[in-house]
Ligand binder design. Structure first.
Ligand SMILES: N[C@@H](CCC(=O)N[C@@H](CS)C(=O)NCC(=O)O)C(=O)O
Length: 213
C-alpha cells in the first residue's frame, strides 16, 4: 500500500493528503514528529533532503509535494484533478507556482512573530505588500467562477487551498467564498489540523523557522 510520510500541521504534506483522499487512493499514513524524526536514517534513506511530504508507492519513492501530485495524477487519473485542455493546464500550473514559489515564502516573515521570533519591520512590510499583490491577483482570477479553472475542482485548489485560507481574506470576497466552499469538502475537514495540534506544534515551528533564517 502507498505510504505517506507527513505531519498533521504541514501544509506541504496536506496537499498530498488531500489529493489522496480526493482520488480515494488507499494509503498508510506515517506521522513524523518534525522534532527530529525527519533526520533519522530510515527517513533520510527515503528523502535525503529530510523533509515531508514523501510517498513510497509499491517501492517507488517520490519527494516534493508538487512532484508527488503530478505522480498521483498520472498514476491514478480518476477522478482527474488536471484536465488536459492547454488553458486549464496553464491556469493550474500558474496558481500552483505562484502559491509555492511566490506566496509561501512571503508567509514566513508573517509567521515569525507568532512563534516569538524577531522579524525585521521592513521585511515584514515588504512581505505583507507582496501577499496583498498575490491575493489581488488570485481574486481577479476567480472572478465569478467557483474554481480557478472554471467549474472544475483541480490541483490549483489542492495547492492554493491549503495556504490561502489561512490568510486574512476580508478584502477578497471571491477568495473568501472559494475558501468557505473548500472547507465544506470531506478532504479538507479530514485533514484540518486541530487547534490543540497547532498549539502543540508551535515550538517545532519555531525551530524550523530558526533553522531557515
Ligand atoms: N518543497 C518541499 C518543501 C517541504 C517542506 O519544507 N517540508 C517541511 C514541513 S512543511 C519539513 O519537512 N521541514 C522539516 C525541516 O525543515 O527540518 C515540498 O513542497 O514538498
Amino acid at each position: 500500500m502507498l505510504k505517506l510520510y507527513y505531519n498533521p500541521i504541514s501544509l506541504n504534506a496536506r496537499r498530498v493528503w488531500i489529493a489522496l483522499l480526493e482520488k480515494q487512493i488507499p494509503f498508510e499514513p506515517i506521522e513524523l514528529s518534525l522534532d527530529g524524526d525527519q533526520f533519522h536514517d530510515d527517513f533520510t534513506a527515503i528523502n535525503p533532503l529530510q523533509r515531508i511530504p514523501a510517498i513510497v508507492d509499491h517501492g517507488f519513492r517520490v519527494i516534493e509535494s508538487l512532484a508527488i501530485l503530478d505522480y498521483l495524477e498520472a498514476k491514478y487519473p480518476t477522478p482527474s484533478l488536471l484536465p488536459s485542455k492547454p488553458e486549464i493546464i496553464a491556469m493550474v500550473r500558474m496558481v500552483e507556482t505562484v502559491t509555492v514559489v511566490e506566496l509561501q515564502p512571503e508567509t514566513i516573515p508573517l509567521t515569525r512573530p507568532l512563534v516569538g521570533l524577531e522579524v525585521d519591520p521592513q521585511k515584514l512590510e515588504a512581505a505583507q505588500q507582496r501577499v496583498v499583490n498575490i491575493l489581488q491577483f488570485f481574486e481577479k482570477l476567480l472572478d465569478e467562477q467557483n474554481y480557478f479553472a472554471g467549474e472544475q475542482f483541480t490541483l490549483a485548489e489542492v495547492v492554493a487551498g491549503t495556504l490561502v485560507p489561512s490568510l486574512p481574506l476580508e478584502d477578497y470576497p471571491h477568495l473568501k467564498a472559494w475558501s468557505e466552499q473548500l472547507s465544506q469538502r470531506d478532504s479538507w475537514q479530514q485533514t484540518e489540523a486541530s487547534p490543540e495540534a497547532i498549539k502543540a506544534a508551535l515550538p517545532n515551528v519555531r525551530k524550523l523557522l530558526e533553522r531557515r533564517s
